[in-house]
Design a protein. Structure first.
Length: 76
């Protein structure tokens, strides 16, 4: 669905590194959201996984902050 619909974003707290890699390759980092609401999440592991994707600093910041800031109009 996310591949076909440009208004669909993916939140990745439930996913492993392979899924994160596929998501960034298929739909791009502009529609990926870091999430911390999954009860079994380890923030250090999540950040390590994102950093292991070899994204540019700009794309990493999109996934970890800017995309959510834009969607939710947080003005941070």
């Amino acid at each position: 669905v996310a591949k076909l619909c440009k208004n669909v974003y993916l939140e990745t707290s439930w996913s492993g590194i392979l899924e994160k890699l596929l998501f960034t390759q298929i739909i791009g980092p502009d529609r990926i959201l870091y999430g911390s609401d999954f009860i079994h999440i380890n923030a250090a592991v999540e950040l390590f996984q994102y950093r292991s994707l070899n994204l540019s600093d700009e794309d990493l910041e999109k996934c970890l902050f800017h995309n959510a800031n834009k969607i939710f109009k947080l003005k941070l």
